[in-house]
Design a protein around this ligand. Structure first.
Ligand code: AMP
Length: 213
């Protein structure tokens, strides 16, 4: 399957995309993860992207499109993919259409995960990650055994800059502005399906699976 997963930051796109990719043997392509790796590695792309990411803004289209073009050209994408966090605006969606046409891998469905704003803020500001091994936690939903310390490797947990409340609000604003036209774009193409993103991971996953049948 060739899928796009849309949804505001904190809606659970990464979680759902990971499970879907495993169950349906799809390549899970997350531009947020790819950009964070580039930042960690200190590559040219990472250096260019970092300031935007820390402010909660979108990284310029050219950088993200080059990244996605490369990734979709890799052999595993031919077996199916789920795009998580891309596209983020109509111009990225238009470029994606061109790239997929060249690769002869047309989109089949766009899943639009919907979660109310207050719930998104609660989910995101509670996230903590381990700078050592990358494991993630949540103060309320998935706390570490001992407060502030990674269960896996014992490092002190941190809050990602872009999970801090001011940045979270900024990210949600950017999302609102850019996503509405994107929803319209895919709606007109007849590809869009709304998914209620409230409830447990399993409940949301079941809703997604019933749309894929
Ligand atoms: P995410 O983990 O998907 O919320 O992405 C984290 C950050 O990476 C975003 O706040 C943006 O700064 C950047 N980013 C991820 N995907 C894109 C994209 N498709 N276009 C522009 N910026 C992106």
């Amino acid at each position: 399957m060739h899928l796009v997963l849309l949804g505001p930051p904190g809606a659970g796109k990464g979680t759902q995309a990971t499970i879907l990719a495993r169950d349906l043997r799809l390549a899970h392509i997350s531009t947020g993860d790819m950009l964070r790796t580039a930042v960690r590695e200190g590559s040219d792309l990472g250096l260019a992207a970092r300031e935007y990411m820390d402010r909660g803004e979108l990284v310029p289209d050219e950088l993200v499109i080059a990244l996605i073009q490369d990734r979709l050209g890799a052999p595993d994408a031919r077996g199916g993919f789920i795009l998580d966090g891309f596209p983020r605006n109509v111009s990225q969606a238009e470029r994606l259409d061109e790239i997929l046409e060249e690769l002869n891998l047309p989109l089949e469905l766009v899943l639009n995960l919907q979660v109310p704003e207050a719930e998104l803020i609660r989910r995101m500001t509670g996230r903590r990650v381990c700078p050592g091994c990358g494991e993630s936690y949540h103060l309320v939903f998935n706390p570490p055994k001992s407060l502030g310390v990674c269960d896996q490797c014992g490092e002190d947990l941190i809050q990602r800059d872009d999970d801090k409340e001011a940045t979270v609000r900024m990210r949600l604003e950017v999302y609102e502005r850019e996503n509405a036209p994107l929803v319209e774009y895919y709606g007109e193409a007849g590809l869009l399906v709304d998914i209620d993103g409230r409830g447990t991971v399993e409940q949301v996953y079941d809703r997604i699976r019933s749309e894929l049948k």
